[in-house]
Design a protein around this ligand. Structure first.
Ligand SMILES: [Zn+2]
Length: 382
């Protein structure tokens, strides 16, 4: 009887699903558009995204976690590629992002010359500290350090012959103190405002590769941000027994910098967090989700699976152990119980220029929304 009533209340709570999906889709479109330039380090992309997201929190009437604005400011070093980005190999002009990427730590360069083969995939010009590497797949990363080499990774099938000659202009700018913000808000609890459940997602991505090309990061992690924003909107209208906190982290792609900073400088005592749910890569899901930390918190996993089964949401919830692969990690290490889930199946674009909103299905956006609300009710009900 109680269970039936619980379910009934849940169903009443969660209405307007089509609207939720439309909201999520629009949010992913917006965040992965060129206006935010890959939510990174050039063209003020991350800063513009932060201002937009904070204005959304304000519109939903969430409270700032630090008491006055939504921002938690900090700095870190990062190597960036703001300007000229031109790579010509064997007289063929290559397209940044599609034909090649550069390693995040690469130094800038402006030179032409000859390449010497060092093994089956590496071609080198020692005079210029240039390494050209052939790859089957391009996966971009960014770096907090500046290296001594320019490393250009070229997609194998973008060239007809092995690399022999080159003409390369790469402009880099190493920023010693890049200004970043985590965006932190909450909805105050009705009965136990000192107890918190947190929902977190990183809003940063890889930024741009030169002045013409950016990484949209639709799945990584506009999808998770869209889910978080949808939940923020819901909880603002439906306050719970506990306070519900929301953190949008920056610096994730640079090495979990923002979430590490938060755990070292928490805006509330970490001991007050009953549970933290981190979402990253939430844009597919036809093959279900994987939950990181599942084996660390078996009781909570059982609760989540019970919600999933009773409501018939995701195809499967896979379990995984601890992993330092997203922003939950430093919370777990600081003693905060947490899950990180990511969706499975469908498109697999990752850290490349093809991770776009247009091809991201958002199959399980609504089901994940329901799953988290149901799971949180269980967490607060026990
Ligand atoms: Zn991510």
């Amino acid at each position: 009887m109680r269970a039936t009533l619980f379910l009934l209340l849940l169903i009443i709570h969660i209405s307007g699903n089509a609207q939720d999906l439309a909201f999520g889709k629009k949010m992913v479109d917006t965040l992965s558009s060129s206006a935010f330039w890959g939510r990174g380090y050039t063209k003020d992309g991350m800063k513009k995204a932060a201002n937009f997201l904070a204005s959304q929190f304000k519109e939903y009437k969430l409270l700032p976690l630090n008491g006055n604005d939504y921002f938690q400011h900090y700095t870190f070093s990062i190597n960036t590629f703001p300007g000229k980005m031109s790579v010509r190999i064997n007289d063929r002009l290559l397209v940044p992002g599609r034909d090649y990427i550069v390693a995040g730590s690469s130094k800038g360069m402006n030179a032409s010359g000859t390449l010497i083969q060092s093994d089956s995939i590496h071609f080198i010009d020692k005079n210029e500290n240039l390494i050209v590497k052939l790859s089957d797949k391009l996966t971009m990363g960014i770096s907090q350090t500046l290296g001594d080499f320019s490393i250009v990774e070229v997609k194998k099938n973008s060239l007809q012959d092995i690399p022999q000659s080159y003409s390369i202009q790469i402009e880099n700018k190493y920023l010693k103190k890049f200004n970043a913000n985590n965006i932190c808000a909450y909805v105050e609890g009705i009965e136990r405002p000192d107890s918190f459940i947190f929902i977190t997602a990183h809003y940063d991505h890889l930024g741009g590769l030169g002045s013409e090309v950016f990484f949209p990061g639709a799945n990584d992690n506009a999808s998770g941000v869209a889910l978080l924003m949808n939940l923020a909107r819901y909880y603002a209208k439906n306050p719970q027994k506990y306070s519900i906190g929301f953190i949008l982290f920056s610096g994730e792609e640079a090495g979990l910098v923002g979430s590490k900073y938060f755990t070292e400088n928490p805006l509330i005592s970490l001991g007050r967090i009953r549970f933290l749910i981190n979402t990253d890569l939430a844009g597919t899901g036809i093959d279900g989700i994987t939950v990181v930390n599942a084996s660390e918190f078996p009781k909570e996993l059982t609760m989540m699976k019970a919600v999933n089964d009773s409501m018939g949401l995701l195809k499967v919830i896979n379990s995984r152990g601890k992993a330092a692969n997203s922003d939950h990690y430093f919370f777990t290490e600081s003693g905060v119980p947490s899950f990180f889930f990511y969706t499975l199946g469908g498109v697999s674009y990752y850290h490349d220029v093809f991770d776009r909103s247009e091809t991201l299905p958002l199959n399980e956006h609504e089901d994940l929304f329901k799953l988290i609300i149901g799971f949180n009710e269980k967490l607060m009900g026990q």
